[in-house]
Design a binder for this molecule. Sequence first.
Ligand code: ADP
Ligand code: MG
Length: 439
Amino acid sequence: MAAQEVESIFADILDRARALDPVNARKWFDKLTVLEFNGGSVGVGCPDEAIVQFLRDNCKSSFMQAAQQITGHLVTVDFSVGSVEKAGVGSVRSGPELKLHPDYTFENFVVGPSNRLAHASCVAVSQSLGNTYNPLFLYGNSGLGKTHLLHAVCCEAKERCDGAVIQLLSCEEFVNRFIRAIEEGNLAGFQSQFRTVDALVIDDVQFLREREQSQQEFFHTFNALYNNGKQIILSADSPPGKIPSLEERLISRFNWGLVARIDPPSYETRVAIVQKKAHLRGLSISDEIAEYIARKVHANIRELEGALTTLYAVARTVDKEITLELAQRALEGQIKLAARHISITDIIEVVTSHFDVRLADLQSKKRSQSVTEPRQICMYLARNLTKHSLEEIGGHLGGRDHTTVMHACSKIGQAERSDPQMHALLGELTKRITQASSS
Ligand code: ADP
Ligand code: MG
């Protein structure tokens, strides 16, 4: 089928989808393109990940119905990030899907003496990929903001340069994909995926140790990118020379650019971080309390956040304003903290009974509002009230991807801040959950 014909059919499908579901129709539908079109499926290219999520959450069925009506047969619809180059359908340059944490931006990163160099070098790199520090190597103990900075670089670089192809992944994922490529006999595919990007960002490269073959592959990937002036950004828990059993030639390459250390934050930085995190969650806490938390927790920012989570749960349970006294009692364990024992099951029980839905529905692929909202609320509460990772939370709710959980958390978090009704509902649910789990 000629490209023009495909485009015209796609335009008809969009019109029909708008008519079928005006509530979810958006002006920016105009920006959608058709990446792939064959008898049974339409690949829809979207400008960014947020739009992909919106369409998947809200528009899949109206698009399928529209496509079916226009083409006269059963068609599945797939949304992904990507666009069609001028040449027309067929020549698609779409970058890999970038899974960025919505909170991990430069704006949300507090700069202090402990991370100033790392932060400044990340900002510089994000403004001009491949031209400043290459490679950029960040290291520091766990929980000091390495992953946050890597996401922020990608987010900023993407903003500045829309077409930039960026791969961000954990070292483990890199290794796993490499192993899979070998097993599937598709090493060429793997190589073209990683050697053609504008920026390769790999988190926690200390996992390369004892992975001889992966180290070799990584070495060649590094060289290919470096020689083409492409950006490489790495993080690890120690400096290159201190990563056990890392090949000498990799150590030397990692030292070619800038190696920036992140130290544990100073007291002042900790106070500012607590305030920033509280603000992000729509909590207001006084300077006095932020200072108290910052004095109590030193080494790890993840624990600072944990303290805030505890406080949040306690304040909800006892339905009180957060005062210094409450904070002290909560964090010194004087209030027997139910929050510590909250399980995802507790959360699911309370939420399903409130919304009168079944767990099976939450775990199903259903996308109707009556199921999507409680599902997203479960994810949000699990994120706030338990220590489970995004992956684990997604696993409990029907094996969903961590990006889906991230999306739910930011959506419900936003609603909590802007919609008093949602704020009250979440408060009520949290109260019931903490009561349920302490009884
Ligand atoms: P790492 O990858 O070094 O183990 P993360 O990047 O996962 O650490 O950070 C742990 C948590 O601390 C994240 O929620 C992150 O947003 C937060 N964090 C770390 N440093 C800062 C900072 N300077 N400002 C704001 N939040 C921070
Ligand atoms: Mg990390």
